[in-house]
Design a protein around this ligand. Structure first.
Ligand SMILES: Nc1ncnc2c1ncn2[C@@H]1O[C@H](COP(=O)(O)OP(=O)(O)O)[C@@H](O)[C@H]1O
Ligand SMILES: [Mg+2]
Length: 253
């Protein structure tokens, strides 16, 4: 009997440091996310949570100090929201509709799947040699990846930072889209909002929605991606590139 009690005590003592680490964010993380975050500590990916560095449509982005398994000083944790965000907005539309009975239980699964998908897509990007954050690990609704920034200052988005060398930046982005395509992926949400400028090197981020070439809308997404990027460079830097030629180039074997 006493063994049971002491085992329980031991567990809560082990959990204490993590709760301490996360104190700065008390009340921010739900219990499930706390448990998932714990995995990144035990896996040696993260040793300390720092602060939030970004808020996206469906995720919060946190900076963390590296754990023993990671050589770089910082790690980024992308925490997909389970409660707030568009997922619960969608639930509002589905609540009361019998067709979606039982869907609530699977929202977590959908979010987790999305997280796993972004990890897989970043892995493809890494293998393709694309400028994108290297994915380290994922669990549940949390993705750990390379921090794009200097010291502890995150790089800024292309839309805010701009570029001193538009020709070169545009060529790198289109070249990376080509590498990705050669490895069977289309980003599908490319724009100046999903490119970080590290110095003058553009890094593509936010690969959760990337699709394989066989996806029925892959060609539409590719065209939209190219048009978004070309429009940004044309509007801000007067660069004129033919969209059809750029698409051809991306698809060239
Ligand atoms: N690896 C990273 N390094 C530095 N900053 C990042 C990184 N990933 C995301 N961010 C910051 O967080 C913001 C939101 O990330 P993003 O992946 O685009 O989320 P969402 O899918 O919700 O749009 C970005 O605009 C960027 O400023
Ligand atoms: Mg984004």
């Amino acid at each position: 009997m006493s063994r049971r009690v002491s085992a329980r005590k031991r567990k809560s003592r082990e959990e204490f440091p993590l709760r301490e680490q996360l104190k700065i964010e008390e009340g921010v993380f739900d219990n499930r996310t706390m448990l998932v975050l714990g995995k990144f500590f035990t896996r040696g990916i993260v040793s300390r949570m720092e602060h939030i560095i970004g808020k996206g449509k469906e995720a919060d982005i946190y900076l963390a100090s590296h754990g023993p398994k990671i050589a770089e000083d910082h790690v980024v944790l992308k925490i997909f929201r389970l409660e707030t965000s568009s997922f619960s907005n969608r639930m509002d539309y589905m609540a009361g509709d019998l067709r979606f009975k039982g869907v609530r239980g699977s929202i977590t699964q959908i979010v987790n799947l999305w997280c796993k998908k972004e990890y897989g897509n970043l892995k493809v990007a890494e293998e393709a040699g694309v400028h994108a954050p290297i994915p380290y690990s994922f669990a549940g609704n949390v993705l750990a990846m390379e921090f794009i920034g200097d010291d502890s200052t995150p790089s800024r988005l292309l839309k805010d930072a701009g570029t001193e060398n538009p020709e070169k930046t545009l060529d790198t982005i289109l070249g990376d889209m080509r590498l990705l395509y050669a490895n069977n992926l289309v980003h599908s949400d490319m724009s100046e909002y999903n490119v970080l400028m590290k110095g003058d090197v553009p890094y593509m981020i936010d690969l959760g929605q990337a699709v394989v070439r066989g996806h029925p809308k892959a060609q539409d997404f590719l065209r939209r991606d190219v048009n978004n990027i070309l429009y940004f460079f044309s509007k801000n830097y007067g660069l004129k590139r033919d969209a059809e030629e750029a698409i051809e180039d991306i698809k060239k074997e």
